[in-house]
Design a protein around this ligand. Sequence first.
Ligand code: URA
Ligand code: SF4
Length: 297
Amino acid sequence: MSHETESHLLSLSEAIAGLSATTQQLHRLGIEFLPVGDPEAGKVWLHEHTQRPELISPDSRTMASGPRPSSSATGAPPSVESASPNREPSSLGSELLESSNPYPEALPLADRQRRMCRLAAEVAGCTACPGLVQSRTQTVFGEGDLAAKVCFFGEAPGADEDRQGRPFVGRSGELLTRMIQACRLAREEVYILNTVKCRPPHNRNPDRDELGNCRHFFETQLELIHPEYIVCLGAVAAHTLLNSKASVGQLRGRFHVYRNSKVVVTYHPSYLLREPKAKRFAWDDLRMLMADQGVIL
Ligand code: URA
Ligand code: SF4
């Protein structure tokens, strides 16, 4: 073997050993996958947040009841708050995720698929909310990877979703897809669902009865998926999941807990379309989510 071939083989084996050590280190840190999404895909979204400082108005930082900078922006570690109103905020730790109402043991994927199909059929035939059943075209169950690490939790289907039977397919859906891609995830890798499965007429907020009637459906979906993270999009989603009345501005910027999932609260894409200045706060929230998984955006 020539000296040159020998040294190539040596550097190859060194590279393999290095890669294996890196993989082991990532596993020790709890990182089981590296993002595979197309880094180009979130370009538009990233561009708006990282390349256009003019979007960051000084006013938006000082709004009295408006968004507040996330702890990631201040360099402090994010804290975690439990959905339970009596629970004290505490530092990020796995013990918090063993909340008083943890998910039951995760089911194998085939069982999740079977149960999710049964649940979707139940939803399709549900007539619990007279005010919604009359006007809906069809129910919008939710979609995505049943083994997703991250779930995005929205409010209610709009006109486009009602027509297509899929969540977040209108204008706010396009923005949500870009937000997901900016996290270096593909839309198919996450799971997307709403607090209620039927479109409220004239896009009004779902009322208390409707939210109560539909709650067991999303609770079962989350139980089957066992997500590590749930991103609440907007106040209705956050209030419903966390039993809180605080504003998105007050809830965002730190982790909360729902069963065994860490919960991030951020602005609803339709709000972001109306208030583009708030996009930088949503971007901070997504960065906090990804940094917790060891992905620095
Ligand atoms: N807004 C939502 O909250 N959910 C959807 O599915 C679409 C728009
Ligand atoms: Fe049933 Fe939920 Fe639709 Fe109400 S919103 S009718 S509970 S599926």
